[in-house]
Design a protein around this ligand. Structure first.
Ligand SMILES: [Zn+2]
Length: 187
């Protein structure tokens, strides 16, 4: 899958703020060092488009969950929770790298809009990589994992995520070179 030259440029994507009330302060002393990648859609959207960001946010709101960023099929990004606050996306969790639990305390959550049966779009990878690089300029990120890696008995997302593509795109820039990625990068 090729990512266009235009969308490779950091900062070429746009971020709109659509604040969620479903968040809280992080525990004092928390250091943000992890990114958790998810995927979602609205299973029964009121407006008919299960991939619309407004529907996905409504779905999260309806179950009092949240995430820091939503990435649409066309690569557009919504910010729901400020990075310094704790979003409710990971649930019961355990990091495979160091055994830490309660990933919401120290992670930034990103939802890619998608489904179990469809591949993710190139524009989504481009925005995700740019977003991760941006986050890396604000926080010392040491690990990026999928929800399925930190909650393997409960979660299967991010669906159809190409970790090899993601890793190779990240490797084009040295800003996140110290980051640990899942070992099963073919999942
Ligand atoms: Zn998830």
């Amino acid at each position: 899958m090729k990512i266009s030259a235009e969308s490779e440029q950091q900062g070429s994507y746009s971020i709109e703020c659509h604040p969620s009330v479903h968040c809280e302060e992080r525990p004092s002393g928390s250091v943000i060092d992890t990114i958790i990648i998810h995927s979602m859609h609205h299973p029964s959207p009121s407006g008919g488009d299960r991939f619309a960001l407004s529907e996905c946010k409504a779905c999260l709101d309806s179950v009092e969950l949240s995430v820091h960023y939503l990435i649409a099929r066309d690569g557009a990004v919504w910010n729901l929770v400020p990075e310094e606050k704790k979003a409710w996306h990971a649930g019961e969790s355990l990091l495979p790298s160091d055994g830490r639990t309660a990933a919401n305390d120290f992670s930034i959550g990103i939802e890619l809009v998608g489904s179990e049966e469809l591949p993710l779009e190139a524009a989504q990878y481009a925005s995700l990589v740019a977003l991760c690089r941006d986050i890396g300029t604000r926080h010392q990120i040491t690990g990026i994992f999928g929800h399925n890696h930190i909650a393997p008995t409960r979660k299967t997302d991010p669906w159809n995520f190409d970790w090899s593509l993601f890793a190779s795109e990240l490797a084009r820039d040295n800003s996140l070179k110290e980051v640990t990625l899942p070992k099963d990068t073919t999942c």
